[in-house]
Every structure is written in C-alpha cells, then in structure tokens.
Design a protein around this ligand. Structure first.
Ligand code: ADP
Ligand code: MG
Ligand code: MG
Length: 889
C-alpha cells in the first residue's frame, strides 16, 4: 500500500505530481528551515482512489488521518477538539499545476461552541475567536454543506449595517457572536441538520469536499482551457492554523519575489493588518503595499526579503508567496512559481542570468514565443489626444479597445460573435474566467494588483486596470458612471494596462519598442540557433524594419506589388496589352528604370545580406481590370457615344482580358510559365536587378541578389529560364565591368518539383519552399475557397487537426519537403534551402524546419523576433537529452 500521507518534513518537494504544487512547496519550505506551520499532505493518489470509489474516502484513510492528527497534537502541544488549548487546522486543496482559486480551502477547522470559548480564553481575545468561528462556519457551510455563499454574506452585511460598521474589523465580539448564531441557524434551515460539532467529522467532510472540488464546474473549465489532464487530481493539505486576525500586530499577505508586471527585482505585494486568508485578494478592504509593512515592522519585512532570496536561490525562479503574521511572528503558507507578464518574464530571465542564478539556455527556454509576441503588442499612442476618464492600478500591461460589458455571460456571447469587449466588474472571481478569456481586457473597480482579475489577466497576457475606484458600476442597469460621465453596455472604451488609464472611446494604438532585456534575450537566441531568420519584404521600408528586428536576409521579395503602384499600372497595362515584343518594348524600358531603383533601394538596405527576388508570379490578368467591370464600362460608353477614342481603348482591353480569361488561373499561365511565354518581361526584371547591383557594387557596396524563379514543376522549365537569364546577367556585369556574388534558384511549391528535386538542384543554387502554394497543391484546396467554406468546419469536427495554411502539415506537405531536401542536397550538398510561406513565422513549423535541416526561415518583418526565439528553442530542444534536462528544470 503506497504511503498516503506525508508530513512537511518528509515529503519530496520535487514531486508535485504526487503532493500537488502547494504541498510540495510546503515540504520544500519546511525542509529549507523556513517557518511553516506544521502539517501534512494527503497525496493526489488518494484523490484518484476517492473517484475510483465513486466519490468516497478510501477505506482506512481516516485512521491514518487520526494518527497524523495525534502527531500534530504532539508537535504543537495542542489538542484537536480540546477546549483548553484547541488545535485548529486549515484543509487546503493543491494540484500539480497551479489553478488559483479554482478549488476550495477551509480555515479554522476544529472550532465548535466549546473550542471557540477555549480559544477566546487562551488568547484573551473573544473578538478574534468569534471572527475565526464565523469564518469557519461560512466556509464550511458553503464548501462542504453546499449552502449558498451569498446567504452568509447577506447576514454578515446586514449585521454590519445594523451596527454601523464600515469595515469587517469594526465588528465587536458581540456582533460576531450574533452572526455565528445566525449562521448556524441558516445552516440548520438549509440542510435540516445542525452544524457538525465533532472536529473529526468536520475534518472527514472537509477532506472529501476538497477532493470533490477537483470536479467542480469552474475547475473543469479551467483545466479544459489550460489543457491540464483530469486524472492528475488534487492533494489535500492539512495545516496548523496561524492567525493573522488576532489583532493589529497580526495580518496576512501575498507577495511576489519580483514585480510580476515589470520584473523589477524588488519584493512586490500587499498586506492587510488584522485579517485572515483571502481577505487580501478578495478586495474586502484595500490592502497596504508591502512597503507599508516595511515602515511598521521592518524586521518582518527584512525577514520576508531574506526568505524571498532563499526561495529564489532554491527554485531559481520568481516566486509567488502567501504568508501570515501572528503577533509579530512570520509564517510561510505557500510558494509557487509566480505568474508574470511577458515584459516581466523577459526581464527576470535576463536578470537571473546576470545574477548567476540560471544559464542563458534556461533563460531562453523560460520565454515563450507567445511572450515575445505579446511584447510586440500594441500600446496607446502617447502622442494621441485621448479622454482619460479614470485611473486605476496598472495590473497587466498593454492596451485594449472594446465594447463595455458588465458580466461574463455577455462577454462570452459577444466574444463568440466576434465582437471585441472589455469586461467591467466590481471585482472578478473564478467564475469569471470564461468571460475574461472572451474579452480583450478587464477593468475592475475594486481589488489590488494581486486580485483575481490581475492575476488571471497577467497569466493570459491581456491588459487589465483594477481597483479603479472612481468608476461607479451599476451592473443591473448595465452602466457605470465616473465624474458625471455615463458609459453604457456596448459603448467603446480603451484601457491602458501599462499606465492604469481608462479612456473614453477608441484610442489610437501603436507598435511598441523593444526593451533592452528583450534585445538581450534575442541576442542569446542568436547565439544558439542554427536556423537563420530571413524576412519576407517587398519594399525598402519593410526590409529596413526587418533588418532592425534581426533579419539576416530577405527570403522573399515579391515584385508584383511594385507593379500595382499608381505611376506604374498604366505602363504595366501597356506591357500586357502589347501583342508583340515590339509593342511591349517601350513600356518595358520604362519599367526597367523604375524597377532598377526599387531593387537598388532594397539591396542597399540589405547591404552584405542575401536578398531573394522573385520574378513576376501572378497571372497577368490580375493587373488588369475585372472583365465584368470592363464590360459594364464599355456598354456605358457605347450608350453615351461621346468618347469614341476611350471606347476603342476599353474595347481593346476588354478583348484582351477576355482572351486571357482562364478557368483556373491559379493553375494557369503564371509563375515561370509567364517568363517562358513572355521572356522579355523576365529579362527586364533580371536586367533591372543586375543593373542595380552593379551600380551599388561600383559605389563600394556589397549587394547579394538571388534570383528566384517561381512555380517550377519540371527541370526543363528552370533550365530554359535560367540559361536565358544568365545571359542577361553576364551581359550587364560585363557592361559594368563588375563581378557580383549572386545565385539563381527556385521555389519549391509544385509537388512535382519536390519529387524531382535532384534534377532541379542541378540548375538551382537554392530552394525556397513556398508552402502556401505547396499546401494548396498537396491538399487540392484553393485557400480562399477552403477557408471560406469547409475548412473551419473540418477543424471543428476534428477531420483536420489545424488549418494547414497556418500550421504546416508535417505528415503530408512536410514529407514532400523532406524528400526535396534529401534529393536536392544529394545532388548539391551546399544547396541553400529555406521556407518563405507564412509557416516561416509559426513556432511549431519553425521547429520542423530546424529538424529538416533548412538554412533559414523567412517570415514577415514583425514576426522576426518571435521566429528568432522559436529558432533558438528548436535548437535547444533537439540537443542531446542530457542538455535537454534544463528545459525541464
Ligand atoms: P488557494 O489555493 O485558493 O490560494 P489556500 O489554500 O492557499 O487557497 O488558502 C488561502 C489562504 O488561506 C492562504 O493564502 C492563507 O492566507 C490562508 N491560510 C491557509 N492555511 C492557513 C493556515 N494554516 N493558517 C493561516 N492561514 C491559512
Ligand atoms: Mg486563494
Ligand atoms: Mg493560496
């Protein structure tokens, strides 16, 4: 029979699976010599036994619990149920993964009418004893006996009103006694039974209730969202009570060992004098900053700092701790890795490397690509004129715009309908998690930076402003008011979680800057990654951005966008309408000059780095007006009869467009087929590229053009085009007397090209996987039709795991890629291979590209930082298992 119970001084603090996170943390702290009240953990295995037995405590468990309680009595010198010196305990949940507030905890267990009197006598504090008692009945009544929690709150609030108490702490012993008797009455009425007085009965029921809370609705929902397996179960921690509500030299607090919002290395937290348990996070009274504790009780504060450092050295990570002070003595009640914003995650990781706590590789593995993505999220434009209507606490950074909603159900409904909403609540509770997920951000009027709303939004990377007391919420009427301004459900607001500001209407948002710490992390990434990060950029400004963000080349410069610009389109029309080489000559010459300048600029920006320029790819009719529209215009002109010249031109255009109509343009005359049919267009482009490069070279620059021929399916296509274009290239270089480094290569985007990549590699110095087209061809999906019609249904019904246009289909498309890599390199070992489809920016797909041994991944400039980190992760994860160990640490 496996051991079911572990005292804190014997449990293995690394075994969160068995002891749950809370239990493991308590064991670790006790064994580090930190002040933890004595107690024991009932393992998660017992939870599984509980469910296997159909929701009953397994046989023999209570006997073991009784033994453990006897031991606890001995350690503490108190007696469980002994009125002379009563031992009280908390019964706390705690699973392998932190699920804050999702399950239940019961405090002050062991109280009844006799022990409460004993506690009062012993502490000489009747008020305290009855405060503990009323809390116990309330928690036990709600959690174990299933009485609606609101009913307790009502009784409590009514009593406060009656005696004119502003805060809970204003209630006197006599008031609390009255509340206790009303609570017991309520329990009797609701459950048709007396409140259980026997401590062991209380304990047995409480343990069962904690196990049962593993399957409550919100815990199950939470696990679904975070993909936490149901079978893990929760442990139960039985902990000797210490009291923060015993007077003004007592209190309870929560803290982070570093600022979870900015990452600053400084104790960060909140504290409430004369309070117990959840009072701090529940926003009952506005708590004090941890600094205030420093002012009043510097020795406690200093002890806390010391403990924080010790815990960080042990865990080598930022910790989120819960503690209580009983008559000036500090007790630790919980420690776990602290949730943090992306900004804090990056700063903490870098700082810890500098402090020598962790290695660079570990630092890298602690930052998720999603973190980097969040840091590149938008901020409110500081230059914009905005109407700030209120200011709260900046609990989770970033800016969000949305329509105001006042409850989670509504948030979920509107979120589902694709609307952007901001959830506005007095405070949030674990029941709101679904609503928070559906919202862009959260605004609360109560609670501090460790409140539920703050913790959850930080975890999700959503902006939040909390404790914004200026806004008066009337949830029933679905509106809030601030300084005479009324904001109704559906009105737009902006919240700025970086500053705490609440802004009326939609504020303009801008791209953020990269912090020095993020730059450091990315430089670590560059040290370990094997893949290069290139960018897809069509314009010099994009190339510049990409280079700033760390791009090591341009993997795809599309030339067609250049053709669409206003001053060029008429020339492009003239070129396309030209039926003979002669007719196309004039417009092509003009385009040559323009294109040369385009290429010169982009090659100059990327000086010294490769720039892959793709020759014209789309079907030509994409540059021409739509047939239907032209037809309409021609008919109109004919009817009017006022502009015969214009009519003639339009008619010609119409005819040409009609001629060029294709049943399936994506599989028609496009890509290299264009260049074979109209060699003069290709030649113009290559001439422009080499003219530009030669000029730069003569100016002392180092241009590295690579010419990419699209849509090759048969080696002969490439052969013909390449030979023709090499001729032009040499001619230009000769003219300038310049020798350039350049390459010719091809996209691999037609399945046949992948399958015959060895033949193709004879004529290509590089391959670039165009996985957008390749995915279309492999699945025989046209993307626009698929995504608009059936694809999302496929995903919902589980026919496909994911959208193959977003996540590379490794089994199919990926297999073709592997074939192409192997065949290509077998012919040309130094073949340069990369990917330029959208997948080049997706972390999972990047990992796959690393495994395939590609040279680079190319993505849009803004994703470069994410892709750099992902490339580093891919390199670290594929190292030998021995080195991989630190990803688990
Ligand atoms: P949660 O998992 O929701 O954080 P906990 O089990 O940590 O719940 O309990 C919530 C709070 O109750 C703790 O932060 C602490 O303040 C208080 N608490 C729990 N056990 C004890 C105890 N033995 N003595 C004093 N306070 C306790
Ligand atoms: Mg809690
Ligand atoms: Mg806790």
């Amino acid at each position: 029979m496996p051991k079911r119970l572990y005292f804190f001084d014997e449990g293995d603090g690394n075994n969160k699976r068995l002891l749950g996170g809370k239990g493991a943390g308590l064991c670790t702290m006790a064994q580090l010599g930190l002040p933890v009240p004595p107690g024991f953990v009932i393992t998660t295995e017992v939870c599984r036994e509980y469910y296997e037995a159909g929701g009953r405590l397994p046989n023999g468990l209570m006997e073991e619990v009784v033994q453990a309680m006897k031991k606890l009595e001995k350690i503490t010198g108190k007696g469980f149920g002994d009125p002379k010196n009563p031992l009280l305990v908390s019964v706390r949940s705690g699973s392998m993964y932190s699920m804050p507030g999702m399950m239940d905890t019961i405090l002050n267990l062991g109280l009844n009418d006799e022990t409460v009197e004993g506690l009062a006598r012993l502490t000489n504090n009747e008020r305290f004893a009855y405060d503990a008692y009323r809390r116990f009945i309330q928690m036990f009544g709600k959690i174990v006996l299933g009485v609606d929690g609101k009913k307790f709150e009502e009784i409590f609030e009514r009593q406060k009103e009656r005696v004119g108490a502003k805060f809970d702490t204003d209630l006197k012993a006599s008031d609390l006694k009255e509340i206790v008797s009303k609570f017991k009455e309520l329990v009797r009425k609701e459950t048709h039974r007396d409140f259980p007085v026997d401590p062991y009965t209380q304990l047995e029921l409480a343990i069962g209730a904690v196990f049962a809370s593993w399957q409550n609705k919100r815990a199950v929902e939470y696990r679904r969202f975070y993909k936490i397996p149901d079978y893990l179960g929760t442990a139960v921690n039985v902990v000797t009570m210490v009291f923060g509500n015993i007077g003004e030299d007592s209190g309870t607090g929560v803290a982070f060992t570093r600022d979870p919002s900015t990452g600053e290395h400084k104790l960060f937290g909140e504290f409430l004098f004369n309070a117990q348990g959840e009072d701090v996070v529940a926003g009952i009274r506005t708590p004090l900053k941890i600094e205030d504790l420093n002012r009043r009780y510097p020795w406690i504060y200093n002890r806390l700092v010391e403990i924080a450092e010790k815990l960080e050295r042990h865990y080598r990570d930022m910790q989120d701790i819960e503690f209580t002070v009983e008559r000036g003595k500090l007790y630790m009640l919980q420690t776990r890795a602290g949730k943090r914003t992306a900004q804090a995650a990056v700063k903490i990781a870098v700082d810890m490397v500098v402090e020598g706590l962790i290695r660079k590789e570990e630092a890298l593995l602690r930052i998720e690509p999603a973190h980097v993505e969040q840091l590149l999220h938008k901020q409110v434009d500081p230059k914009a004129k905005v109407t700030v209507i209120a200011k709260g606490l900046n609990a989770s950074p970033g800016a969000a715009v949305g329509k105001v909603v006042f409850d989670s159900e509504r948030a979920k409904e509107m979120g589902k309908a694709g609307e952007k909403v901001i959830l506005v609540r007095p405070e949030t509770s674990p029941d709101d998690v679904g609503g928070i997920i559906a919202s862009q951000g959260v605004l609360t009027s109560r609670g501090g930076v460790t409140s539920h709303a703050a913790v959850v939004t930080r975890g999700l990377g959503k902006p939040a402003v909390v404790g914004c007391e200026a806004i008066k919420i009337d949830a029933e009427a679905r509106r809030f008011e601030v300084d005479g301004i009324a904001v109704k459900e559906g009105d737009l607001i902006t919240i700025n979680g970086t500053t705490g500001e609440v802004i009326l209407g939609e504020a303009p948002l801008i791209e953020p800057r990269m912090s020095p710490e993020l730059l450091t992390i990315l430089s670590f990434a560059d040290e370990v990654k094997k893949l290069q990060n290139w960018a897809n950029a069509d314009y010099p400004r994009d190339a510049k951005k990409a280079r700033e963000l760390g791009a090591q080349g341009i993997g795809l410069c599309r030339t067609e966008h250049m053709f669409f610009e206003e001053d060029r389109l008429p020339l492009v029309h003239e070129m396309i309408l030209g039926k003979t080489v002669e007719e196309r000559k004039k417009p092509l010459e003009k385009l040559l000059q323009i294109q040369k300048n385009d290429f010169k600029e982009i090659l100059e920006v990327m000086d010294g780095l490769p720039v892959i320029i793709r020759l014209l790819d789309p079907p030509l009719h994409e540059f021409l007006p739509k047939y239907e529209k032209l037809l309409e215009e021609v008919i109109e002109l004919r009817l009017k009869g006022t502009d015969p010249d214009g009519l003639k031109k339009k008619e010609e255009m119409l005819k040409r467009v009609e001629n060029m109509r294709e049943a399936n343009p994506m599989m028609g005359l496009r890509g290299c087929r264009l260049g074979i049919t109209y060699p003069d267009i290709n030649e113009m482009q290559v001439r422009a590229i080499f003219e530009a490069a030669c000029e730069l070279k003569r100016e002392g620059k180092d241009p590295r053009p690579e010419i990419m021929i699209p849509l090759v399916g048969h080696v002969n296509e490439l052969k013909v085009v390449r030979e023709q274009l090499e001729k032009v290239a040499h001619e230009v270089m000769q003219k300038h007397g310049v020798d350039l480094k350049y390459k010719f290569g091809t996209m691999i985007e037609v399945p046949r090209a992948a399958l015959t990549a060895d033949e193709i590699a004879e004529y290509a110095e590089f391959f670039s996987f165009g996985t957008n087209d390749l995915t279309q061809m492999v699945f025989a999906y046209s993307r626009d039709d698929a995504e608009g019609r059936f694809l999302f249904q496929y995903i919902e019904r589980g026919i496909l795991e994911a959208d193959p246009f977003q996540k590379l289909d490794q089994k199919g498309v990926g297999k073709l890629m592997k074939i192409a890599v192997d065949l290509g390199r077998s012919k040309r070992p130094d073949l340069e291979i990369g990917i330029c489809g959208e997948h080049g920016g997706d972390p999972q797909s990047i990992e796959f590209c690393h495994e395939l041994g590609l040279n680079y991944v190319s993505c849009s400039p803004f994703r470069i930082p994410v892709a750099r980190l992902a490339a580093a992760h891919a390199a670290l994860k594929s190292k030998e298992p021995e080195k991989q160990a630190y990803s688990m640490a």
